[in-house]
Design a binder for this molecule. Structure first.
Ligand SMILES: NC(=O)c1ccc[n+]([C@@H]2O[C@H](COP(=O)([O-])OP(=O)(O)OC[C@H]3O[C@@H](n4cnc5c(N)ncnc54)[C@H](O)[C@@H]3O)[C@@H](O)[C@H]2O)c1
Length: 320
């Protein structure tokens, strides 16, 4: 793949993480197209220098776009991302995350796309892991339809590489947070806490708050995407050979997260503890040493990222 001025497609590029990835590719001199159906993304997130198409990844018209442009790189961020909605409607989840993804992969195969960067989830594909921090080679026993569809994407890619020679990298994200995350959604505890603190509302915590997650700042996720799009690939025999955890290696409890955000906000509206939600993991932290061997490392300390996120959401409220 030639290094400069690549033709890049980012599906889900109007969403929280995808829109930051779009900005970074434009910044490095690539031409960028965004395909997004705006089901959870926002037009306001899309960089005006990108070509935007309001389209579902499962639509047949996607083939025309691939034939017309001929992409060097395709970043797969579009997905149904809600674990609980996947439990409530597994067929809808599979329709987007499996059939939609297959449509993209068929387009890529037909038109000889240079590389796919696929976004999987280190928070769900391992299920309730025995080893923490969890390395890529740990057993993959997802406990939700969303986890199953994310993992099945990795297996489809393995097939497309083995049989059709399609090059790819998988990034298994931990819990990503940062500006543009939807504070009104079900996921994204950081954005939800920021929003509630700014409205003076108490924080709702499920279980005792001692459950831990690996919170990684979106700017570190962006640098992981840039590396994944350029690194030399050494395909191996199984799905883990080209899959990299993207987290910090450190677990943070929900109570600790609330402490830090309350201090940033300089308000303490109180906390309400509710019964643990069914199926929620107790602990999840990713071992990121394999991606570190390729030169990637998370560089943003948790508190700095939380501060930037808090102020972004505050400014949005002022602008609204
Ligand atoms: N946020 C996290 O902590 C996290 C963790 C692990 C993995 N991921 C993955 O990262 C990716 C981005 O997630 P996010 O947090 O930015 O969520 P998001 O909801 O902000 O982004 C998803 C984007 O995809 C779009 N989309 C959804 N269905 C589509 C479809 N059928 N066709 C076209 N566009 C569609 C949405 O409109 C949205 O813009 C997803 O693949 C998600 O599974 C996120």
């Amino acid at each position: 793949m030639s290094d400069a001025g690549r033709r890049v497609l980012v599906t889900g590029g109007a969403g929280f993480i995808g829109s930051h990835v779009v900005d970074a590719y434009l910044e490095r001199g690539d031409r960028v197209w965004v395909v997004d159906d705006l089901s959870s993304g926002r037009l306001a997130n899309v960089n005006p220098e990108a070509e935007f198409l309001e389209m579902g990844i499962q639509e047949p018209a996607l083939h025309d776009l691939f034939r017309t442009v001929g992409f060097d790189l395709v970043s797969l961020h579009a997905a149904q991302i809600d674990v609980r909605s996947s439990v409530g409607d597994p067929a809808r989840d599979a329709n987007i995350n499996v059939l939609g993804m297959l449509n993209v992969l068929e387009c890529a195969r037909e038109t000889g796309t240079g590389r796919i960067v696929y976004v999987s989830s280190g928070g769900v594909v391992y299920g309730e892991p025995e080893e923490i921090p969890t390395p890529e080679g740990a057993p993959k026993l997802p406990l939700s339809p969303y986890g199953v569809t994310k993992l099945s994407g990795e297996y489809y890619l393995h097939y497309y590489r083995a049989i059709h020679g399609l090059a790819y990298v998988v990034l298994r994200y931990a819990n990503v947070f940062g500006p543009r995350q939807d504070p009104h959604g079900e996921a994204g505890v950081v954005a939800i806490f920021c929003e509630r603190l700014q409205s003076g509302e108490e924080l709702i915590i499920f279980s005792d708050g001692e459950q831990t997650r690996d919170y990684v700042y979106v700017k570190d996720v962006v640098s992981a995407n840039l590396l994944a799009s350029e690194m030399v690939l050494k395909p191996g025999a199984n799905i883990d050979a080209v899959a990299y955890n993207v987290g910090t290696g450190a677990g943070t409890s929900v109570n600790r997260l609330a402490d830090v955000l309350e201090n940033i906000a300089e308000v303490h509206p109180g906390r309400v503890y509710r019964e643990a939600r069914a199926g929620e993991l107790r602990h999840s932290t990713l071992d990121v040493s394999r991606f570190a061997e390729h030169g990637w490392a998370p560089r943003y300390p948790l508190e700095g990222g939380l501060r930037e996120t808090f102020h972004f959401i505050a400014n949005q409220k002022i602008g609204a």
